[in-house]
Design a protein around this ligand. Structure first.
Ligand code: S3P
Length: 430
C-alpha cells in the first residue's frame, strides 16, 4: 500500500465537498436489491468497501449498473428474488458489509459463505451470529462462530426481541434485515442509540418500522418499493477537514452537503464544546437524512470529556478528535469507547502509538484515552495500521505539525475516501 507525505501548513482555505456517506451507500445497495422496481442512487460512495457490497449482490443475481460517477441503478430482485451465490462472498475490509449482508443471508433458503480480509476475519461476529441463530438460521464460523468465514444456511425465520449488549448499528441492522424474512415484528433494543440509517431507509422503502427510545422494531415480509436515494456527504470524512481548519493556523474550510443525521453529529457537539468556531448552514434533507454546509475556522481549542451515550454518536471520529485534542490547551478524557479496540484495527492502541511519535502526550486506558493538550506536533514517520481512519487522522495531524510526515500504508484510505489525497492537495494549493 502506498505512502503519503504531508508537510506542516498554515492558511488552509477552500470550499469543498466530500464523497457520499459510507453507511447510507451500503444500505442503498442492500435495500435497493431487496425492493421491487428500480432504485436510483445519487451520490453513492464508490470506495472499496461499498463496491464490495455491490459485488456481493451481483453474485446473488441482482442487476446493478453504474450509470455515471456516483450514479447507481439497481433492478430490485424483490424480497424473495436473491439467488444462491456460486462462490464465497468476500467483503474485503468492510465490517458493515459482512454484518449487514449476513442478516440478509440468514433469511435466504440457500447456502452461502461470507468472509473478508485479515482485519475482518479478526473482528467479533458472535454479536450477529447469536441473534441470527436465535431467529432460526444455521450459522457457523471459526472460533465457535465468532470469526469469519461464516457459513449461512437460512430460510424462514422467527421473530425475536433482541437485547444487544453493545450500541452497534451493525448488530441492529443485521437483526432488522433478517426480521424482513420473519412473520411478525422483530425488535432490537440497544444500550444507547446507534446510527439509525437502516431504520430511516427501511421506512422510506415502505416498511413498517417503529422506534421507541432505544428500541426499534420492523414488521416482517413488507413489500419494499424502489425509490430514488440521494446520499449526503459523509460527516466522518468531513470531520477530517473540519478538524484541519480548526488546528491549522489561519484556516477556513467549508464542506458542502454534509449529512447531519443527529445520530452521527456527536463530532460537531464535541468540537463546539471545545470552543471550535463552526457554523452549520443551508439545512435541507430527504427521507429523514438532513444535510447542510459546514464551515470551520481556526480556533483556540480547550479540552473536553467524552463518555456514555455520546460515544456511539461519534465512534468513528475519535481518532480525529484525538488529533484536535492534542492541539487543545488542556486535557481531553475519552471513556466508554472500548468498541474502538474492535474496529479495522485497535484504534485506541493505534492512536496512542502514532500520536506519541508526533510528540503528543497521550495515555491509553482500557476503554478510551487521555490526551494531554498543549504540546506542539513534530513531523514524523508513522503507520496507518491498515486502517483508513487512522491514516486520514494522521494526515491531518501532519498538516498541523512542524516539518514533514510520512504516513506508511496510507493506501487503505481507499476503503472510504478515494479522493482524500486530491482534496488535501487542493486545500494545500498544490
Ligand atoms: C457502521 C456502524 C459502526 C461504525 C461503522 C459503520 C454502520 O460500527 O463504526 O464504521 O454503517 O452500521 P458498529 O456497529 O460496530 O458500532
Amino acid at each position: 500500500m502506498s505512502d503519503l507525505k504531508v508537510s506542516g501548513r498554515s492558511g488552509l482555505k477552500g470550499v469543498i465537498s466530500v464523497p457520499g456517506d459510507k453507511s447510507i451507500s451500503h444500505r442503498a445497495i442492500i435495500l435497493g436489491s431487496l425492493a421491487s422496481g428500480t432504485t436510483r442512487v445519487h451520490g453513492f460512495l464508490e470506495s472499496a468497501d461499498c463496491l464490495n457490497t455491490i459485488k456481493a449482490f451481483r453474485m446473488m443475481g441482482v442487476d446493478i449498473k453504474r450509470l455515471a460517477a456516483g450514479e447507481i441503478e439497481i433492478t430490485g430482485a424483490g424480497l424473495s428474488g436473491l439467488k444462491e451465490p456460486a462462490d464465497i462472498i468476500d467483503v474485503g475490509n468492510s465490517g458493515t458489509a459482512i454484518r449487514l449482508i449476513s442478516g440478509v443471508l440468514a433469511g435466504q433458503p440457500f447456502y452461502s459463505v461470507i468472509t473478508g480480509d485479515e482485519s475482518v476475519r479478526n473482528r467479533p461476529m458472535k454479536r450477529i451470529v447469536e441473534p441470527l441463530k436465535d431467529m432460526g438460521a444455521l450459522v457457523h464460523g471459526r472460533a465457535g462462530g465468532d470469526r469469519a468465514p461464516l457459513t449461512i444456511l437460512g430460510g424462514e425465520l422467527w421473530t425475536i426481541d433482541h437485547k444487544s449488549p453493545v450500541a452497534s448499528a451493525q448488530v441492529k441492522s443485521a437483526v432488522l434485515l433478517a426480521g424482513l424474512f420473519a412473520d411478525g415484528r422483530t425488535t432490537v433494543t440497544e444500550p444507547a442509540i446507534s446510527r439509525n440509517h437502516t431504520e430511516l431507509m427501511l421506512k422510506a422503502f415502505g416498511a413498517d418500522v417503529k422506534t421507541e427510545v432505544t428500541a426499534v422494531s420492523v414488521a416482517g415480509r413488507p413489500r419494499l418499493e424502489a425509490r430514488e436515494i440521494s446520499v449526503p456527504g459523509d460527516v466522518s470524512s468531513a470531520a477530517c477537514w473540519l478538524a484541519a481548519a480548526l488546528i491549522v493556523p489561519n484556516s477556513e474550510i467549508t464542506v458542502k452537503n454534509v449529512g447531519i443525521n443527529p445520530t452521527r453529529t456527536g463530532i460537531l457537539d464535541v468540537l463546539e464544546s471545545m470552543g471550535a468556531d463552526i457554523s452549520v448552514e443551508n439545512i435541507r434533507g430527504d427521507a429523514g437524512e438532513p444535510a447542510a454546509d459546514i464551515t470551520a475556522r481556526a480556533s483556540g481549542l480547550k479540552g473536553t470529556e467524552i463518555s456514555g451515550d455520546m460515544v456511539p454518536r461519534l465512534i468513528d471520529e475519535i481518532p480525529i478528535i484525538a488529533v484536535a485534542a492534542a492541539k487543545a490547551s488542556d486535557d481531553t478524557v475519552i471513556s466508554g469507547a472500548g468498541e474502538l479496540r474492535l474496529k479495522e484495527t485497535d484504534r485506541i492502541a493505534a492512536v496512542a502509538a502514532e500520536l506519541t511519535k508526533f510528540g503528543v502526550s497521550i495515555e491509553e486506558t482500557t476503554d478510551g484515552m487521555i490526551i494531554h493538550g498543549g504540546s506542539g506536533l513534530t513531523g514524523t514517520e508513522c503507520s496507518s495500521h491498515g486502517d483508513h481512519r487512522i491514516a486520514m487522522s494522521l494526515s491531518i495531524a501532519a498538516l498541523a505539525a512542524q516539518g514533514e510526515t510520512v504516513i506508511r500504508d496510507a493506501g487503505w484510505i481507499e476503503t472510504s475516501y478515494p479522493q482524500f489525497a486530491q482534496t488535501l492537495n487542493f486545500l494545500c494549493g498544490s
